[in-house]
Ligand binder design. Structure first.
Ligand code: HEC
Length: 120
């Protein structure tokens, strides 16, 4: 029997198309995994953002400085010696002077004030 010289090419073509399908399905799966990964990541950042240090870094640092040394706002070092915890809570939720109000969510103001009391 004479072999048809086109057969190997057809085989390669079929194999190639098959591979394309397999890879594109794998690609879809990867896409889902990546999306899942991002979901988990954003959950983590939300948890992280409820730590006083992270709230400070995202919300307060611009006015109170990266070392709590102050800038547009006063230094927060030793603020616990100047103000009571309740006074601090009032400042960070209601604002004072040129400090805007609602810097911290009410449910976070307690731990934020605790943390600020300890700044040295
Ligand atoms: C837009 C700038 C700005 C931002 C953002 C800001 N502050 Fe202030 N903060 C000020 C200013 C200005 C004052 C001084 C207010 C005054 O003169 O009565 C102040 C005062 C304070 C005081 C009282 C300090 C003292 O010695 O009496 C505390 C505590 C404080 N801020 C904490 C924070 C915290 C915590 C955050 C972030 C959650 C924050 N601030 C974000 C500007 C800011």
């Amino acid at each position: 029997m004479k072999r048809n010289p086109v057969v190997p090419f057809i085989l390669i073509m079929v194999f190639g198309i098959g591979l394309m399908f397999i890879l594109s399905f794998k690609g879809l799966g990867d896409g889902k995994e990546i999306a899942k990964g991002e979901g988990e990541g954003s959950e983590k950042t939300e948890v992280a953002a409820s730590k006083p240090e992270d709230i400070y870094k995202s919300t307060c640092i611009a006015c109170h400085g990266d070392q709590y040394q102050g800038g547009m706002g006063p230094s927060l070092k030793g603020v616990g010696d100047r103000l009571s915890k309740d006074e601090i809570k009032k400042v960070i939720t209601e604002g004072r002077g040129s400090m805007p109000p609602n810097q911290v969510k009410p449910e976070q103001s307690d731990m934020m004030a605790d943390w600020l009391m300890k700044l040295k």
